[in-house]
Design a protein around this ligand. Structure first.
Ligand code: ADP
Length: 538
């Protein structure tokens, strides 16, 4: 059985437990200059600076861990981290992840040895052996070109390995990401390798922030953060810091004019899109407002109906309670008469009483006494729900003393051992709580198989509440009966095994409910039971 702390069930847990949101991410070490671990052992790189700026812009804290790529991907899939700062979109990945708008688009370029023919068009690749990274996007692309036979591709595992091999005279040309290639040329001090002017347009690598599939709120927040970072110029600063030296913006008059025209066209297009967007947004808002207004109307109607139903239910409950009370009260009288007259009859007949009639009369009086006991229990059950509550600060030690005193004969007879600690002050009705303890301890003493009862009374403070427990070493309760035993008159044993009428736990549950709690039980047959309920701390 799942055991829920009553403090949580009844909303007594303070808000202080809920922490403000922190995001977590993983970066890989070997993807310089995008992500890597610097000499100080800290995560560093273009994507690290960027995601830090973006999360700062949307006011969220970020924890960064370092791990390998597979673990990073698995962690995001499993929701163990919130985002990865750099993932290229692909259809396969789209199943597991959502992507922000791309923050960087990397292009691939060809690299050759100094003095050899540079690549200016795809025809220049004719007859050449080409280095490409295994399972990389460039690999997929070259495989899709009919004029390049697979035996002309030399597969490598990393950019440094590719450049190293090309530089040592192997192969003719390498197809790798342009910027990272240039950075590694400088890092590895390979002066005899040159970049070709042609940049691959057929495919590119759009890198986005990736979040777990379905977490659209975060992916949109990251997109917004990215827009802010671009708008404030931070993006450019970060880009310049990492790629400025390798990707200089050469400015010619022609280029200025070209880019100016591009910008103007872009701005006009953007304005158009914004206009359309704001129009459609306005339409959506009007529609949504109308829906909301209708929803509010329906809800208000529903609430009114619910209130009426609740009132009706309370009234019916009260009526039922009154009926139970009056019926059980009035039923006692004829039963008393039945017992009294059967014993009178016995007395009147005296010596003349045939043996079989005496037996029958005993049956009648026995049944009448049991009926009387049942009615008294029903009355007690009804009373536990009707009695006016006297809610005050109560001393649980005192309640337990009184309950133990009431059970003293049974406790002595069974040599019961009670283990109890000091109890805190709680809020409740003293008489009802004493009765609750009396019933629970009474059961703990009763439901044993002749062994010495060992009972432990516990109290644990949980926020605003005190979780109270009554544990025994008795016969235990099978899981399928653990909720049924709280129903009135539900018993799991015959009268010959254990006496009782099955009302004790129903009364306990009612008392707990009147204190805003609920009793639950944890038990294993043969190993004992633990009954738990919660009261408010004084
Ligand atoms: P009663 O004790 O009169 O039978 P209760 O309402 O107190 O009625 O308990 C209902 C049933 O729950 C019992 O008949 C018994 O089978 C089971 N029960 C209650 N308390 C315990 C306990 N501590 N250990 C094992 N079984 C218990």
């Amino acid at each position: 059985m799942i055991f829920v702390s009553p403090a949580h069930l009844y909303g007594w847990v303070s808000d202080a437990g809920i922490q403000s949101k922190r995001l977590s991410t993983i970066i890989v070490d070997n993807y310089y200059p995008y992500t890597f671990v610097n000499k100080q052992g800290e995560p560093d790189g273009f994507s690290v600076d960027l995601i830090k700026a973006v999360t700062q812009a949307i006011d969220l804290a970020l924890d960064i861990r370092v791990d390998d790529w597979n673990k990073a991907v698995e962690s995001l899939k499993a929701g163990k981290v919130d985002l990865l700062p750099m993932m290229a979109y692909s259809k396969d990945r789209d199943v597991y992840f959502d992507f922000s708008v791309p923050h960087t688009i990397a292009f691939d370029a060809f690299f050759t040895r100094e003095g050899e023919q540079k690549i200016e068009s795809m025809e220049d690749l004719y007859g050449k052996t080409i280095f490409v990274m295994k399972q990389d996007q460039a690999h997929n692309y070259l495989q899709s070109i009919d004029s390049i036979s697979p035996d002309r591709l030399i597969l490598t595992n990393s950019i440094p390995e590719t450049l190293e091999k090309l530089s040592s005279g192997k192969g003719d040309v390498a197809l790798i990401p342009k910027l990272v290639g240039l950075i590694f040329l400088k890092k590895m001090d390979l002066k005899k390798i040159e970049i070709s002017p042609m940049v691959m347009e057929a495919y590119k690598r759009p890198f986005s922030f990736a979040v777990k599939h379905g977490n659209q709120v975060l992916s949109e927040q990251l997109t917004q953060g990215l827009l802010i970072v671009k708008e404030t110029g931070q993006y450019r600063t970060i880009y310049e810091k990492w790629f400025g030296a390798y990707d200089p913006v050469e400015i010619s008059m022609g280029q200025i004019l070209k880019s100016l025209i591009g910008w103007v066209a872009g701005i006009i297009a953007l304005c158009g899109i914004l206009l359309l967007w704001s129009l459609s947004l306005k339409k959506q808002v009007t529609l949504r407002t109308k829906h909301l207004e209708e929803e509010i109307k329906v809800r208000k109607k529903g609430e009114k109906k619910l209130k009426e139903l609740m009132k009706d239910l309370t009234r019916r409950n009260e009526e039922l309670d009154d009926f139970t009370y009056i019926a059980s009260h009035d039923l006692q009288e004829p039963l008393r008469k039945l017992t009294a007259f059967s014993s009178l009859l016995k007395k009147d007949l005296g010596e003349d009483l045939p043996e079989n009639v005496e037996k029958d009369l005993d049956f009648i009086s026995d049944a009448a006494s049991r009926m009387q006991k049942l009615i008294q229990d029903l009355l007690a059950f009804s009373r536990s729900g009707r009695k006016d509550m006297n809610i005050e600060k109560i001393n649980l030690d005192k309640c337990i003393d009184d309950a133990l005193y009431a059970l003293s004969t049974r406790l002595e007879k069974t040599h019961a051992h009670i283990d109890r600690k000091e109890f805190p002050l709680v809020i409740g009705d003293r008489a009802l709580i004493t009765q609750l303890y009396q019933n629970l301890i009474g059961n703990a003493v009763k439901f044993t198989q002749g062994t010495q009862p060992k009972i432990r009374l516990t109290a644990e403070i949980t926020g605003y509440g005190v979780e109270l427990g009554v544990r025994d070493n008795g016969i235990g309760i099978r899981p399928e009966y653990q909720t049924q035993i709280f129903q009135p008159f539900k018993r799991l044993h015959g009268r010959s095994e254990y006496d009782g009428s099955g009302i004790g736990l129903a009364i306990c549950q009612k008392i707990a409910e009147r204190h805003g709690s609920k009793i639950s039980v944890k038990s294993e047959p043969g190993k004992g039971s633990l009954f738990v309920f919660t009261l408010k701390k004084a």
